[in-house]
Design a protein around this ligand. Structure first.
Ligand code: DGY
Length: 317
């Protein structure tokens, strides 16, 4: 078994008790050829977001590899078609990171709306001269409309939290949810019809060829002036140039971003945009959640490799 990254101690302990594992104690980020070399003689890979398991890497993996279990719910970094052609099963870790990621969506909404990073930077630079009636005035969440693009598990958990802040929920999704899950939210079959209503827009859709750069200049233009955009899904769903231009022009009031196209090399424009609340992809970053993700990845590895059963979270082709 090849563990491509350093995983939480409890996860590595279970990994070591069930498998003869090659670990990565220095947490090096491996390129494709290195992953292929390290996988020699391995029957499975426990990998993570950002590992380059593209078609070229997967085609070059040793024949011994039967499963790629990613320690993530998103699996756009794994070419599932290439894996299927090789007979390699791909699994992910749904459900267990829903709450942690929805919490971060609210943190991004509040952070952007209340100008938290801009204000904190002033304080840390020892520039705060005292309370002032007009200082760092932000925007209230209560009474505002939140549009959610992608109403899966995380989108729904984000809606639940936003309701507690008094927000009115709208959503766009491939299909309408049953009433019990919709909980009074307004469904828009056409996402573009929802955009003009959104005081806040939360992106919760996975990265697919259809969602790549979905939030482009034209769609940003459909949002109300002064809207706030939040992204906790995948950076590639947003056209960075268009978002940065809208933040600079004042078309958008602010953005709260936990994910970035091409991360960790994020677009330079974000560094100079004060009306952003930026986090380094920590949506799932709680001890409880990261352990649960690891245990779920191990459930999948153990099912296939130790019991010859179909893994519970197989995805793709
Ligand atoms: C996920 O699980 O997809 C998170 O974004 C971490 O990669």
């Amino acid at each position: 078994m090849l563990a491509t990254r350093l995983f939480p101690p409890a996860v590595e302990a279970r990994l070591g008790s069930g498998f003869d594992a090659i670990l990565n104690p220095d947490d090096q980020v491996h390129d494709g050829p290195t992953l292929v070399r390290l996988a020699e003689g391995c029957d499975g890979l426990m990998c993570a977001a950002g590992d380059p398991l593209n078609a070229a890497t997967i085609e070059a993996l040793p024949a011994s590899v039967k499963i790629i279990a990613t320690f993530s719910v998103g699996y756009e970094h794994v070419d599932v078609s290439a894996a299927a052609r090789r007979g390699i099963v791909v699994t992910n870790t749904p459900d267990v990171l829903t709450d942690a990621t929805a919490d971060i969506a609210l943190l991004c909404m509040l952070g952007a709306a209340r100008r938290a990073q801009e204000a904190e930077a002033l304080l840390r630079q020892r520039q705060w001269t005292g309370w002032a009636p007009t200082q760092f005035m932000g925007t209230h969440l209560g009474g505002k409309r939140l549009g959610i693009f992608g109403m899966g598990r995380i989108g729904q958990a984000t809606a639940d939290r936003a309701r507690a802040f008094g927000m009115e929920i709208h959503y766009s999704n491939r299909s309408r949810l049953p009433a019990a899950q919709e909980k009074g939210a307004t469904f828009h079959a056409d996402a573009e019809a929802m955009l003009p209503l959104c005081h806040f827009l939360s992106i919760n859709a996975p990265m697919t060829p259809q969602t790549r750069k979905w939030l482009d200049a034209r769609r940003i233009g459909l949002l109300p002036d002064g809207a706030i955009v939040v992204n906790t899904a995948r950076g590639g769903v947003v056209d960075d140039e268009a978002l940065i231009a809208a933040l600079k022009s004042g078309k958008l009031a602010a953005a709260g971003l936990d994910v970035f196209d091409g991360e960790p090399r994020i677009h330079e424009g974000y560094y100079g945009a004060p009306n952003t609340f930026l986090l380094p992809h920590l949506g799932s970053g709680t001890i409880e959640t990261r352990n649960a993700m690891g245990f779920k990845a191990l459930d999948n590895l153990e099912a296939l490799l130790l019991r010859s059963e179909r893994p519970p979270n197989a995805v793709g082709a």
